[in-house]
Write a protein of this length. Structure first.
Length: 576
């Protein structure tokens, strides 16, 4: 790989990327190219490791050979110390890409007599650089060069001469120095002649250690000025550059299910926004972890990775407990869709937790992250520190488009409406689960405190946990408040009884109506029969009269016809 050198946005000079995870983001590209950088700090702060990683990453990632010159540790000790990080210094030396030179200086043999110079060091250093074609150099530690030296004028002159020599050679150099009393270095001079000064700090507070990095100065370049937590693990140094909360991230309009259909119904029927932040708070035993487990289960069922950080229970314990509510998390773990990482908050400092989470997220690339519960972090630091840490974590996760769910414990008093961590105002959705006591029982109620950007229910629902899973059921409003548990069941029974009584009464009324109907129909049938009988009698009389009239009419007609016939015969006889 060819050398990768970046230019600052505000200056023309070049920068050399360190390859250290997160550090180059803080310095907008890395260390000043072809210039010396001072790394200072107390013993055990990580100065040597930082410098070695700069050299090794330069060789492996940017094809830039390096030189390590140490004045304290032997080369063999140095190789063994960094082998646990996966750095094989012997192989790099064998390949001709790295030169390690141990310069032994016995302070008892140093005597200040007249002129004092570093010409011998320059010769050895020039030979190493020319032999390997080095672009990066590490000097560890500079105090040993001037041990027992008291002439500040000559000391300042030789320091300037060393830094100028390195600049003239065009070498990007890291020089380590021990922290002094009230000064960044023991002599208090190195920081003034360095173009870039990095301070490493290792603090122990409340028996919890935290490592922090700060760029004290960087000539000619903008850089982050805050303290940044960093972590040393099997992958080397990881720095978490999270200080700029510009609130410029993109947001999604896609909705995802929380895994509980009845809770989705309370959220406009479609669940939460993807990439949003959700807080589930409540007193102990209200089922916060169960809701989180359902959320993880729903994510895995969508074939999306979920990262579950547990601060109270171990992974086997969580898997076993969730089986009691019909959730099988183990199958998701076996499928590679779920990782449960359990640590005690007191294992290390708050900022180290932040770096660890940041690193895990970068490695695993989940779509959903769960922290259960964030309240335990208060045991590591103050509430304000926890809020600051969670704010930065929230910003990082949402910039990555990750949906995050926090659970938080609140105490059973009236002042616990807002969580101790104070992030309820930062999250997009806040759901609270609380105890509802009555009728000699303790039951659970759930309601949505807020859900930005969507319609949501303002009702309190009873939160029921059974072997079949989680369910939200309607509550009843009684004279003294809402009814849950057996009181709700009694109300349901009472309503069912009322329905039965009303149904029975309606049935009896229907039967009476039916009987009355039958009686009336019988009367109507009798009257109809009587009417038809009278009608038949009247029709008979009418027909007899009509027939009589017809017979009489025929008889008259016949009589008239007979009379006319006789008259015709008499007339004919008279003519004759």
């Amino acid at each position: 790989m060819s050398r990768s050198v970046k230019k600052s946005n505000t200056t023309a000079f070049e920068k050399t990327p360190t390859g250290i995870n997160g550090f180059d983001e803080i310095t907008n590209g890395g260390l000043p190219a072809n210039r010396p950088t001072l790394v200072c700090g107390e013993a055990g702060a990580g100065k040597t490791l930082f410098s070695i990683e700069f050299i090794v990453r330069g060789i492996l990632q940017y094809n830039e050979p390096g030189v390590i010159m140490v004045f304290e540790e032997k080369a063999e000790d140095l190789e063994q110390n960094v082998a646990s990080l996966g750095f094989n210094l012997k192989k790099l030396q064998k390949d001709g890409l790295l030169w390690i030179d141990h310069v032994h200086i016995d302070r008892t043999e140093i005597e200040e007599t007249g002129m004092y110079d570093l010409d011998g060091l320059f010769i050895r250093l020039a030979h190493a650089i020319d032999t390997t074609g080095a672009k990066r150099v590490m000097l560890d530690t500079i105090e040993n060069l001037f041990g027992g030296f008291e002439n500040e004028g000559i000391l300042r002159a030789e320091l300037r001469r060393l830094f100028s020599w390195l600049k003239n050679r065009g070498i990007t150099t890291i020089i380590t120095a021990e922290k002094g009393l009230g000064t960044l270095t023991r002599h208090g001079l190195e920081e003034y002649v360095s173009d870039c000064v990095i301070l490493l700090d290792h603090r122990v507070k409340n028996q919890i250690s935290t490592r922090l990095l700060r760029v004290v100065k960087y000539r000619g370049s903008l850089h982050g000025t805050n303290e940044y937590p960093f972590l040393i693990d099997e992958d080397g140094i990881s720095v978490l550059p999270v200080t700029s909360l510009l609130l410029e991230r993109e947001v999604s309009s896609q909705r995802i299910s929380c895994g509980i259909p009845s809770l989705d119904d309370m959220l406009d029927g479609r669940g939460f926004y993807r990439g949003s932040s959700i807080l589930i708070s409540g007193t102990a035993g209200t089922g916060k972890t169960n809701i989180a487990a359902y959320f993880a289960d729903a994510s895995c069922k969508r074939k999306e990775r979920c990262l579950f950080f547990a601060f109270e229970e171990s992974p086997p314990q969580i898997i076993r407990n969730m089986q009691s509510i019909n959730i099988d998390l183990k199958k998701h773990i076996d499928a590679g869709l779920l990782q449960i990482l359990a640590t005690r908050p007191t294992s290390y400092g708050l900022e180290s937790h932040l770096v660890s989470i940041h690193k895990r997220v970068k490695q695993y690339k989940p779509r959903t992250v769960i922290l259960d519960p964030i309240t335990n972090l208060v045991t590591v630091a103050s509430i304000s520190d926890v809020k600051s840490m969670l704010t930065r974590l929230l910003d990082f996760l949402q910039n990555e488009g990750i949906t995050v769910l926090f659970t938080a414990l609140v105490f059973d008093n009236e002042k616990s409406l807002q969580t101790d961590e104070g992030i309820s105002s930062l999250v997009d959705a806040w759901i609270q689960v609380r105890d509802i006591e009555g009728n000699g029982e303790r039951n659970r109620g759930i309601y949505i405190m807020k859900s930005r950007g969507m319609n949501h229910s303002n009702q309190v629902r009873e939160f029921v946990i059974t072997e079949k899973g989680l369910e939200l059921v309607d509550v009843f409003q009684g004279p003294e408040g809402i009814l849950v548990g057996s009181a709700r069941q009694a109300q349901l029974l009472q309503e069912a009884t009322g329905i039965e009584l009303r149904t029975y009464a309606a049935s009896r009324k229907d039967q009476a109506i039916e009987r009355k109907k039958l009686v009336l129909e019988a009367k109507i049938a009798s009257l109809r029969e009587e009417f038809e009988s009278v009608q038949d009698e009247l029709n008979k009389t009418f027909m007899e009269e009509k027939l009589k009239k017809e017979i009489m009419e025929r008889n008259r007609q016949q009589l008239a016809n007979s009379r006319n016939n006789r008259n015709l015969k008499n007339g004919k006889n008279s003519k004759k």
